[in-house]
Design a protein around this ligand. Structure first.
Ligand SMILES: C=CC1=C(C)c2cc3[nH]c(cc4nc(cc5[nH]c(cc1n2)c(C)c5CCC(=O)O)C(CCC(=O)O)=C4C)c(C)c3C=C
Ligand SMILES: [Fe+2]
Length: 438
C-alpha cells in the first residue's frame, strides 16, 4: 500500500541533503509495493520500510513503532480515531492583527500540505533535521477553529451554534491566557522528536499570519511497554478509557461526527440548527487542562481511591465484580446496605445513562510541567473529548460532575477550549476549505 504523499513532489529548498528533496522520505523509503499495511485504527505499518538489512542506516529496517503511518486525507481528520500516541503537543494560535480570511486560508493550506508530508515521513519546507532517521511514527496533525476565528475572518454567519462558549462551571479555575484561541493544532506521535519536529514546522509556517497563544505538551504510555495492548492509565494510576464509545457501536458516527447532511444551517439565526454543511465529517473538540492534586490523592488508601472512581485500580474492573469490561451493577448493595459503587463515584455519574444519553470520545494526554513552586506537582490530564455537538456531549456530563463528583476534590480545571474540527481535507485541498472558499 503506497504511503500517502510518498511520491508527491514539492521543493523544500532545504540544504539538509537527500532527505529534504522532493518526493524523498526522511529515510529514503524503499519499495512500498510489498507493504502489508497492518491496520490499527487508521494507523498502518508501512512494511515497505523493510530493507536489505545492510548496515547502512538509511536502508536498515525501521522498528514497527517508527514505521506506523496515519492517513491525512479522509472523511475525518487524523488524530480522532487513531490510537493514542505516546507524545502530544497542543497549540493555539491567534490570527495576527490585519490577517483575515485570505491569510487564514493560505495558512491552513500551508499547514495541511506540511501535515500531509510529515505524516507520510517526508521532510517539511524548512526542515530542521530533528526527525532525520525516524519514520512517521504514527504522526497525526489535527486542525481546529475557535469561536473567535469567525469574527476575525468575517465569517460570523458560518459559525456553528455548537461553537457557542461553554457555560461556566462552579469548580472552574480557568487561566484565560491558556484557554481558547482562533486556531488549534493537535500533534500526536509515538516519538518525541517526530512530534517536536512537526511542532516547529507548523510554528514556523504560521509566519506573519498567526501568533502562538498557548502550548501544552503531553504523553501517554509508549507502544510496546506492556505485554499486550491495554487501556491507558492516567497519572492517578487508574485504567482510563474503558467505556469509550467504539467505532463498532451502532450510534458511534452520529455521536462523534457531524453528519454528511447536517440537519440545520448551523447559524445563530437557526437556534438548535446543528452544524453548518461545511462541518460535514467534522467533530467538536473540548480541551481541558485538568490539574490532578496528586499529594492529597496519593494519601488516600487504595480502597478510598477505588470508591472515588467506582472501579478497581489494579485492572479497572467495576467494584461490583467481573473484569475491566464487565457491566457495573449500579444497584448492588454491600453487606452494610450501602451501594457498592457509591452514588457520587466518577464512573457512575459520568455514564451516558445518567446524563440523558450524553457521550463523548475521550482521547487525552497526561502532562507534567514541573512543580507549582510550593513543591506540589503541576501534573494531570490534557483532557480532549470529541463529539458531534458539545451540548449533547461534554456540557451535560461536566454539569453533573460539577454538582457532585467524588473526584472533584482531587482535580482542578485550569484551562479550557472548544474548537470546531472540520472534516478531513480532500486530496489537493486543505482543512477548512469548504468554509473559507464556500
Ligand atoms: C466531562 C467529562 C469528563 C471529565 C472532565 C472527566 C475527567 C476525568 N476522568 C478521569 C478518570 C476516569 N474517567 C472515567 C470514565 C468516564 N469519564 C467521563 C467523562 C469525563 N471525565 C466519561 C464519559 C466516562 C465514561 C463513563 C461510562 O460510560 O461509563 C474512568 C473509568 C474508566 C473509563 O470508562 O474510562 C476513569 C478512570 C479523570 C482522572 C479525570 C480528570 C482528571
Ligand atoms: Fe472521567
Amino acid at each position: 500500500m503506497p504511503r500517502p504523499g510518498a511520491s508527491r513532489s514539492g521543493g523544500t529548498g532545504d540544504p539538509a541533503g537527500p532527505a529534504s528533496q522532493p518526493g524523498v522520505t526522511r529515510r529514503r523509503l524503499l519499495g512500498t509495493a510489498g507493504a502489508t499495511g497492518l491496520a490499527l485504527g487508521a494507523v498502518g505499518t508501512a512494511a515497505g520500510y523493510a530493507a536489505a538489512g545492510s548496515g547502512d542506516p538509511d536502508t536498515a529496517p525501521l522498528t514497527s513503532v517508527g514505521a506506523e503511518t496515519a492517513v491525512f486525507h479522509g472523511k475525518h481528520q487524523p488524530g480522532i480515531l487513531d490510537p493514542m500516541q505516546s507524545r502530544g503537543h497542543l497549540m493555539a494560535f491567534d490570527l495576527a492583527p490585519g490577517a483575515g480570511r485570505k491569510e487564514a486560508a493560505a495558512l491552513l493550506r500551508r499547514w495541511s500540505a506540511t501535515a500531509e508530508r510529515l505524516m507520510a515521513g517526508e521532510s517539511s519546507a524548512s526542515d530542521t533535521g530533528v526527525a532525520l532517521d525516524a519514520g512517521p511514527s504514527a504522526l497525526t496533525v489535527t486542525f481546529g477553529l475557535g469561536h473567535s476565528f469567525f469574527a476575525r475572518t468575517g465569517l460570523e454567519k458560518q459559525r456553528p451554534v455548537a461553537l457557542d462558549p461553554l457555560p461556566d462551571f462552579s469548580s472552574d479555575r480557568l487561566d484565560k491566557a491558556r484557554s481558547d484561541g482562533d486556531l488549534w493544532v493537535q500533534i500526536g506521535a509515538n516519538d518525541g522528536l517526530v512530534a517536536f519536529h512537526a511542532l516547529r514546522a507548523l510554528q514556523k509556517e504560521a509566519g506573519s499570519a498567526a501568533r502562538p497563544r498557548w502550548e501544552m505538551t503531553g504523553f501517554n504510555r509508549s507502544p510496546g511497554a506492556t505485554a499486550r495492548p491495554m487501556t491507558a492509565r492516567n497519572l492517578m494510576g487508574q485504567v482510563d478509557g474503558t467505556r469509550n464509545p467504539k467505532p463498532s457501536d451502532p450510534d458511534f458516527q452520529q455521536r462523534i461526527f457531524v453528519p454528511d447532511e447536517p440537519s440545520g444551517t448551523g447559524t445563530a439565526e437557526v437556534p438548535g440548527g446543528g452544524s453548518p454543511r461545511w462541518m460535514a465529517g467534522g467533530s467538536y473538540a473540548v480541551v481541558r487542562r485538568i490539574r490532578m492534586l496528586l499529594d492529597p490523592w496519593e494519601k488516600l488508601s487504595v480502597t478510598e481511591q477505588e470508591a472515588v472512581m467506582g472501579r478497581h485500580r489494579s485492572d479497572g474492573s467495576p467494584l461490583t465484580g467481573g473484569g475491566e469490561t464487565t457491566e457495573p451493577d449500579l444497584e448492588k448493595l454491600g453487606p452494610d446496605g450501602t451501594l457498592v459503587i457509591p452514588i457520587d463515584a466518577h464512573a457512575r455519574i459520568s455514564r451516558p445513562d445518567q446524563n440523558g444519553g450524553a457521550a463523548m470520545l475521550r482521547r487525552p494526554f497526561s502532562y507534567h510541567d514541573g512543580s507549582d513552586g510550593k513543591g506540589a506537582p503541576d501534573a494531570g490530564l490534557l483532557f480532549i473529548c470529541w463529539q458531534a455537538d458539545p451540548v449533547r456531549g461534554f456540557v451535560p456530563v461536566q454539569r453533573k460532575l460539577d454538582r457532585g463528583d467524588a473526584l472533584s476534590p482531587f482535580v482542578r480545571h485550569e484551562a479550557s477550549g472548544l474548537f470546531a474540527v472540520p472534516g478531513g481535507a480532500e486530496r489537493g485541498g486543505y482543512v477548512g476549505q469548504a468554509l473559507l472558499e464556500g
